[in-house]
Design a protein around this ligand. Structure first.
Ligand code: HEC
Length: 123
């Protein structure tokens, strides 16, 4: 291989790695959501029903059927993975007071509030 070709090959490989690393980082931080931002979104949109402790005892929850999900309960949250959290928050739960937020919240806000909802289980 000529020296010029080697330099070009190395340059290509370097650029590839920079782009690759950046892409990994970007997709990762997008999917993960920011729980600190989610906290604010939760307080503005969800506390009335789910409560500030996430236990489903918000001021509007009394007598609600079905009751708002208790995010602190491993039993209540069993089997509710990220995909289901996403679907329920975007589309709501038909036939229940849980409305969809797909029209009122931005996709990034939804990711952030999902990250926040998940912190209740670890507390
Ligand atoms: C008007 C009251 C109300 C508001 C406001 C509300 N929820 Fe709910 N939420 C409910 C009720 C009631 C349920 C239980 C639905 C069921 O049992 O299927 C529920 C269920 C859920 C679930 C569990 C869904 C599932 O798949 O089982 C999640 C997650 C959730 N809410 C997140 C949120 C988030 C995030 C917000 C704010 C962006 C929010 N909720 C706002 C009443 C509310």
């Amino acid at each position: 291989m000529s020296k010029g070709l080697k330099v070009i090959t190395m340059a290509f490989i370097s650029v590839f790695f920079v782009v690759f690393t950046f892409a990994m980082f970007a997709t990762n931080s997008m999917a993960a959501g920011d729980a600190a931002k989610g906290d604010k979104i939760f307080k503005a949109n969800c506390v009335v029903c789910h409560g500030d402790k996430g236990d489903g005892k918000g001021p509007a929850a009394a007598g609600m059927t079905p009751p708002p999900r208790n995010f602190t309960s491993p039993t209540d949250m069993k089997g509710i993975d990220d995909a289901r959290l996403h679907k329920s928050i975007v589309e709501g739960r038909p036939g229940t007071p849980m409305v969809g937020f797909g029209k009122t919240l931005k996709p990034a806000d939804i990711d952030d509030v999902i990250a926040y909802v998940k912190t209740f289980l670890k507390k």
